[in-house]
Ligand binder design. Sequence first.
Ligand SMILES: [Zn+2]
Length: 232
Amino acid sequence: MLENLLKYQEIDEELRKTEVELAQSEVRKKAASASAFLKAVNDNVTKLDNRAEMLVKQYDAMNKTVGELTEQLKDYDDIVCEDSDELAYIKKKAGELADRIFALSSDLESVTAEINSILKEYSSLAVKTKEAKAQYVEYLPKYNELKKQKDEETAEIKKKLAEVGKTVPKELLEKYLQKRKDKIFPVLNEARVVSKHAYCRCGTGLPDADYNYLKGGEIVECESCHRMLYLK
Ligand SMILES: [Zn+2]
């Protein structure tokens, strides 16, 4: 049982090597990064749309207020008044209005600047989207070609795996394949024994019961890293 699974793993390592080569290939990375960008771009555009909509509303509202306040300020110009107290009061009110208009105008400038920066972001996103589309179109066929090539290379390995797989108990093989899927490799590892205690390669000490199972030729699992362990 153990020997067969070890043999299976040995062949599986060749398969894994090609898988890693494919996963780390430049063509896959280029295709994948372009695809990820294109998937995210709609969300990013929606976020910009919402922000732009809000800013435009804000701009319009502020602009309207500035218009109204400017009209009010004009009214003060027409007031003829000889009472000095009343004149001081009117001047004070007009000054306050002018201050508010000034403050709002500077806020309007900030909103305008922000709207302009959003417009720039739109243009930059459009350029990047075009680039990502070109990259995707260029690299997807290259990736598919490489994948096809690797599939041909691994067909023989997979055949051998299927044959050796038949000699491994089904439940054990399923467990192995699940761990392989979980990116644990090597799945099956030799346990180390130091002064009558067994350890996983991750350094975790195994319970005595597991050590006894190991001595009996069985396979146990590390509780910490979930590798499968055996003893020679
Ligand atoms: Zn471990």
